[in-house]
Design a protein around this ligand. Structure first.
Ligand code: FAD
Length: 365
């Protein structure tokens, strides 16, 4: 039996879903999307990301991140062409941030007894001397940083190798995906990985979707370890992080986490504050020369696909012969949760296949 699957969306969520689904020969996968790797657009979050692994979920919701880490670790160790390298991460906490009303950014990352200490290697609390000025405590662990340009292209290549076909399409309604398979047959499964597009996409129109605006500065300066702080005195929507991408991808200085803000143009005042905070937290980043020592590649803004109740990964029956499997709303953790979420997409697709009487016992991996 053949499953005709159309994946809507070619960000990290759509591509990882397509990759895992294409590992089964019974699945004929087409990816349709308005934006593809190589594009930089305000409607396309994935290229703008750091992207590293700094767990953000509560322990209860940690499945996606917990299950993604082993695969990212394996890729880093065994698949250099995926464009991922190991980096130590240092997370600095201020007591006043934890006590601030409405503190929401990525609270669990800054927990003093985090669930991820048994998942990410080499976790340790920092000594007082290792904590940067203005902060009360901190921890260190081994993480990774992904060169998103290289990695997204690598995902496309892996999909192509498995027979996935890519098409540029702007959908006005998710139901249009049904007639877009390269096989010429109607799709029986549609994967909706349109992220923020799900707000306006006909047939989905999820009004709980809104952006968490991320302004960044990409610089040529190299710096490790990666850094993230629990808050800033500049604004409740501003944060500080530094992460050096693999394979010459530059170093991302962040940032902002501004829920409901659609502004696509970088704000020059915010840009200066981002750079100032970065060189304050890591003077070595600019050779001790302050922000004049930074070599800027670009200023950028990406919109994280934020959803009020968290990620949506579930089946919706469209008609007698077709189901939609949703995989959208990953906010600021789309990469670090990508394999966990795509694995759930495959589980849901397999449940649909079993319901239709398919025997999956000899399934190829
Ligand atoms: P997107 O990448 O936005 O892809 C959506 C896809 O759907 C696109 O192909 C788009 O064209 C398509 N689409 C939408 N509507 C339609 C339509 N109507 N018709 C056809 N196609 C459509 N995450 C991490 O894990 N670690 C990090 O360190 C990290 N850092 C970040 C830093 C920044 C500055 C930003 C902006 C984000 C960061 N994130 C990070 C978050 C991460 O980038 C997102 O969670 C992730 O990229 C979401 O991927 P996605 O595939 O769901 O959405």
């Amino acid at each position: 039996m053949v499953n005709v699957i159309v994946v809507a969306g070619a960000g990290v969520s759509g591509l990882t879903s397509a990759l895992l689904l294409s590992r089964s020969k019974a699945n004929k996968v087409t990816v349709v999307a308005k934006h593809m790797p190589g594009d930089y657009d305000i409607e396309y979050a994935s290229p703008w990301a750091g992207a590293n692994v700094l767990p953000m979920a509560s322990e209860e919701n940690s499945r996606w991140e917990r299950r993604t880490w082993p695969e990212l670790k394996r890729l880093t160790e065994e698949v250099p062409e995926a464009g991922i390298h190991f980096q130590k991460a240092r997370v600095y906490r201020r007591v006043k941030d934890a006590e601030a009303p409405g503190y929401h950014l990525s609270d669990y990352l800054f927990s003093t007894d985090p669930w991820y200490k048994s998942v990410l290697p080499d976790f340790r609390e920092l000594s007082k001397e290792e904590v940067i000025p203005g902060h009360d405590s901190g921890c260190e662990f081994t993480s990774v940083c992904i060169n998103t340009v290289v990695y997204l292209s690598w995902l496309v290549g892996q999909c192509l190798k498995n027979g996935v076909v890519f098409k540029r399409v702007v959908l006005t309604d998710i139901r249009e995906a049904k007639s877009l398979s390269h096989t010429g047959q109607p799709a029986n499964i549609i994967i909706n990985a349109t992220a923020l597009g799900s707000l306006k996409l006909g047939g989905v129109e999820d009004t709980t979707m809104t952006p968490a605006r991320a302004q960044i500065v990409l610089v040529r300066n190299e710096y490790h370890p990666m850094i993230a702080t629990s808050g800033t005195d500049d604004s409740a929507t501003e944060i500080t992080y530094i992460m050096q991408r693999a394979a010459g991808g530059g170093t991302i200085l962040g940032g902002t986490y501004d829920i409901g803000n659609w502004e696509s143009a970088p704000d020059p005042n915010i840009a200066v504050r981002i750079m100032k905070r970065a060189v304050e937290a890591a003077p070595g980043l600019a050779g001790g020369k302050g922000i004049e020592g930074l070599s800027v590649i670009r200023h950028g803004v990406g919109l994280r696909p934020w959803r009020k109740d968290g990620v949506r990964i579930e089946e919706e029956v469209l008609d007698e012969s077709t189901s939609i499997v949703h995989n959208y709303g990953h906010a600021g953790w789309g990469y670090q949760g990508s394999y966990g979420c795509a694995e759930r997409v495959v589980e849901l697709v397999n449940e649909i296949r079993k319901r239709k009487g398919e025997d999956l016992s000899g399934e190829d991996k």
